[in-house]
Design a protein around this ligand. Structure first.
Ligand SMILES: Nc1nc2c(c(=O)[nH]1)N[C@H]1C(S)=C(S)[C@@H](COP(=O)(O)OP(=O)(O)OC[C@H]3O[C@@H](n4cnc5c(=O)[nH]c(N)nc54)[C@H](O)[C@@H]3O)O[C@H]1N2
Ligand SMILES: Nc1nc2c(c(=O)[nH]1)N[C@H]1C(S)=C(S)[C@@H](COP(=O)(O)OP(=O)(O)OC[C@H]3O[C@@H](n4cnc5c(=O)[nH]c(N)nc54)[C@H](O)[C@@H]3O)O[C@H]1N2
Ligand code: SF4
Ligand SMILES: [Mo]
Length: 753
């Protein structure tokens, strides 16, 4: 038995794992790596299940062409025939792309996905980001100048945490890379600090907090505006004052949002709102943090903006213990270019064909994917490429999405399972197991509560004849650029690395400035693929070693070689203040009142002094520790235990609806209906029901034997593709109006008025 260390790629926590490997590549026990610089031994049951994922007989090891296993050459030949057919006949925009969540966790998709997308040149680009965090990234981009500049709570030094729409005890944290959230939250209270959770459900995170405020779904923006109004008259903190722009516009906007005016709409009493303001003002190190319950809702981008307005007004922004800006070692858009200034964010540079929805960060909202597939005309999507995504389950109005996917002329998927989405594919190209490739959290270190860098080499070799995911993406790049199904991957890869080296050489701030491309590539040799590009990014990053081989040292010591020598990772220290250097706004100031956000906030005025809502039910989502979106329900270790795909109902609502514990309920919305078993709980605000997403594993043609035993039902059959947040087009997945009726055995449906 040998022991290896690597970072878990499954969620944003980036835990270090200690993995035993026996003869013939048999994976043994998986434990937390006690020496990991960020996770210190923490892991969750999903990390342990990496072994089952690796061994899962349903995980694809060979390509699949229309349901049948095929050779790699056959599969690429078919992908070439189909994709070229669509491209030649209908042009670039006729091939749409959907990037799913794991593509943000893998080097291959992050580094080579963009190569493929650039080569393809389609405007019809979609991703899970518009059912997730784009409201936060757009609000951050408008305030700070780059969509990568998202402040994260400095959990380990924080003394007061106001958390909205997040349940990190289940999710392990998001836009907040923080393994062992439970321990870090305990630390806040152990230091005498306080935690307040705002959530329609009293989650495990809320139970571990000092206070729970059971807000009405979709009204966080009103609550935050009222708290901000209480603080807006204070003099700004000295460290922030020189960097603040448009304070008067902010104050004017906040004026109508008195605690009394928002109390009925939010369900939060005025004295609670004033207490929040006092606590934020008085805390030594306050941080405000919002996650998916605040982004995938009606006022997603406005709420995200007001979270950081409070971070400014409380003085916590960019201060140890407050909300700080990480500085990722491999660089990001806020470590490149002129420090402190930039072009700012541009939105809506083009619009979608059918609904005219504005482009957001280079993509269209995924809520309009089905429109673009179904609606005839020039630019209609006839071919779809999915990379690590399960849109048949993850995006609104799944019933319509499934029909749209079935109607495509060509569908090629890079995925590891035959699931609800890939069952529609003509060709599925399997990425290797996570244990068979390199790993580095290029994207997630941009949101880490501490700056670290940790690289994992492949633990096991690729299966004989298999390709790494980056090689698959380069073969597809060859196809869309007309080089045929068997493009020379090594030559394409040299080209990609050469282009990246050329950009560094042309950047006067890079340690590679002015160097010959061949000299740079010479230093990086013999590395190839993701490792070569990562080495280049690390060397040229803010902690990079540069090219001492060429007498061009960088500011620090990092290179891939340095990380290889540190299997538990390298700690780069607690987060450091980064203002004003982190900004990329045109005037070099934080925009406290960006015009697009003021516009998106307009309808908030309609909710002021609102009467009590009329008793309608709304649906919200939830996550469970042993689940990961739609794709880990096939692993026995995670699947066992009580039924998780249930409808949570408050007993008061249940009594009114004629529902008891364990009954089946029919849940219906404008777009569809599903049935779920009922679970009663006092921990849910009355008028709100909760169901998890990512279920419904009974689709014909999928190959998910374990998941199919307890398939659950897909909550996105209920979410409405027309209900989107106006600025970013992000789907409203929380606060869906629904009706709930008992399903009586043998008696059909009993309607309850
Ligand atoms: N109602 C509702 N809907 C939601 C949400 C919600 O809260 N409520 N949450 C939304 C959020 S936050 C997200 S991120 C999305 C997720 O939406 P998606 O990204 O579309 O869905 P996932 O379930 O993450 O599916 C991941 C896919 O990648 C495959 N896969 C896993 N690992 C790899 C790999 O290494 N390489 C490749 N190529 N494929 C791999 C899996 O088999 C699966 O098909 O769902 C969104 N949908
Ligand atoms: N175990 C597990 N971990 C995961 C995932 C998973 O599926 N399973 N998914 C990963 C992904 S892709 C993401 S994006 C992250 C998400 O990470 P989190 O945002 O922490 O996710 P959730 O646990 O869904 O917590 C969202 C909370 O918002 C609440 N909520 C709903 N509507 C509202 C509202 O209107 N206002 C307020 N204030 N709260 C509301 C819900 O009740 C819920 O408790 O988790 C990641 N980690
Ligand atoms: S918390 Fe996330 S990163 Fe850590 S072991 Fe679990 S799934 Fe992996
Ligand atoms: Mo997500």
């Amino acid at each position: 038995m040998a022991t290896a260390y690597r970072t878990c790629p499954l969620c944003e926590a980036t835990c270090g794992l200690e993995i035993e490997v026996g003869d013939h590549g048999r994976v043994g026990a998986i434990r937390g790596d006690a020496a990991d610089v960020l996770s210190h031994g923490f892991l969750c049951p999903k990390g342990v299940s990496l072994r089952e994922l690796h061994d899962d007989p349903d995980r694809l090891r060979a390509p699949v062409v229309r349901g049948q296993e095929a050779s790699w050459d056959e599969a690429f030949a078919e992908a070439d025939r189909l994709l070229r057919g669509v491209l030649d006949e209908h042009g670039r925009d006729a091939v749409g792309v959907y990037l799913g969540n794991p593509s943000a966790h893998g080097l291959s998709a992050l580094l080579y996905g963009r190569v493929l997308l650039k080569a393809l040149g389609t405007k019809n680009l979609f991703s899970a980001s518009t059912v997730d965090q784009y409201p936060k990234q757009v609000a951050s981009g408008l305030m700070f100048g780059s969509a990568a500049t998202v402040p994260v709570p400095d959990l380990d030094r924080c003394s007061y945490l106001l958390m909205l729409g997040a349940n990190p005890m289940a999710s392990n944290g998001s836009l907040m890379t923080a393994p062992d959230v439970r321990g870090r939250l305990r630390g806040i209270r152990a230091r005498g600090g306080r935690i307040v959770v705002v959530d329609p459900r009293r989650t495990r995170t809320a139970q571990a907090a000092d206070r729970w405020l059971g807000i009405r779904p979709g009204t966080d923006a009103l609550l935050l505006a009222a708290v901000a109004r209480e603080l807006a008259g204070d003099a700004p903190a000295a460290h922030l004052a020189p960097h603040l722009g448009r304070m008067e516009e902010l104050r004017a906007f906040l004026e109508p949002f008195t605690p009394e005016a928002v109390a009925t709409a939010t369900g939060i009493a005025p004295h609670e709102i004033r207490t929040l303001a006092v606590e934020l003002r008085e805390a030594a190190a306050p941080a405000v943090y919002g996650r998916i319950g605040t982004t995938t809702q009606r006022f997603g981008s406005v709420t995200s903006w007001l979270v950081d307005v409070l971070n400014v007004l409380s003085g916590g922004l960019d201060r140890p213990g407050g909300a700080m800006f990480p500085r990722p070692a491999a660089g990001s858009s806020n470590t490149r270019g002129e420090p402190g200034r930039g072009r700012g964010l541009r939105l809506g540079r083009w619009a979608s064909r059918v609904r005219g929805l504005p482009e957001v960060l280079g993509e269209f909202p995924v809520a309009t994917l089905a429109d673009e597939i179904e609606t005839p005309g020039e630019g209609q999507i006839r071919g779809l490429l999915t990379i690590a995504g399960n849109p048949a389950v993850s995006i609104p109005n799944s019933g319509r999405v499934a029909a749209a996917l079935a109607s495509l002329d060509a569908m090629v998927c890079v995925d590891i399972y035959l699931n609800e989405t890939t069952r529609h594919a003509d060709v599925v190209l399997p990425a290797p197991s996570p244990l068979q490739r390199s790993h580095y959290d290029l994207a997630l270190y941009g949101f880490s509560v501490r700056d670290v860098a940790n690289y994992s080499p492949p633990l096991l070799p690729l299966d004989p004849g298999a390709l790494d995911e980056w090689e698959i993406l380069l073969r597809l790049t060859g196809i869309v650029t007309g080089q045929g199904p068997a493009a020379d991957v090594a030559a394409l890869d040299d080209f990609v690395a050469g282009e990246m080296a050329r950009r560094e050489a042309a950047d006067e701030r890079s340690p590679a400035a002015g160097l010959e491309v061949d000299a740079i590539l010479g230093v990086l040799a013999p590395r190839r693929g993701t490792d070569r590009l990562l080495d280049l990014l690390l060397r040229c990053g803010p902690e990079g070693a540069g090219f001492p081989e060429l007498d061009r040292p960088g500011p620090g010591s990092l290179s891939l070689g340095a990380l290889e020598a540190a299997p538990h990772g390298i700690d780069l220290g607690p987060l450091r203040p980064r203002l004003p250097e982190v900004l990329r706004t045109p005037d070099g100031l934080i925009d406290l009142a960006p015009e697009p956000l003021l516009a998106a906030a307009g309808p908030m005025h309609d909710l002021l002094d609102a009467p009590e809502p009329n008793g309608e039910l709304v649906l919200i989502g939830r996550r469970h520790l042993r689940s990961n979106n739609s794709w880990m329900h096939n692993l026995p270790l995670l699947a066992r235990g009580p039924e998780r795909c249930t409808l949570l109902v408050n007993p008061a609502d249940a009594a009114r609806l004629g529902l008891a514990e364990g009954d089946r309920a029919r849940i219906a919305s404008r777009v569809g209906e599903i049935e779920l078993p009922v679970e009663l709980t006092e921990d849910l605000r009355p008028g709100v029901v909760s169901a998890p997403h990512g279920w419904g594993h009974d689709a014909p043609g999928a190959r998910l034997a374990v998941a199919a035993e307890r398939p659950g039902a897909n909550s996105n059959v209920l979410t409405d593709e027309l209900d989107i947040e106006p600025l970013t087009g992000t789907a409203v997945l929380n606060g869906i109006p629904v009706t709930v009726t008992p399903v009586r055995e043998g008696a059909g449906v009993v309607s309850v008025a």
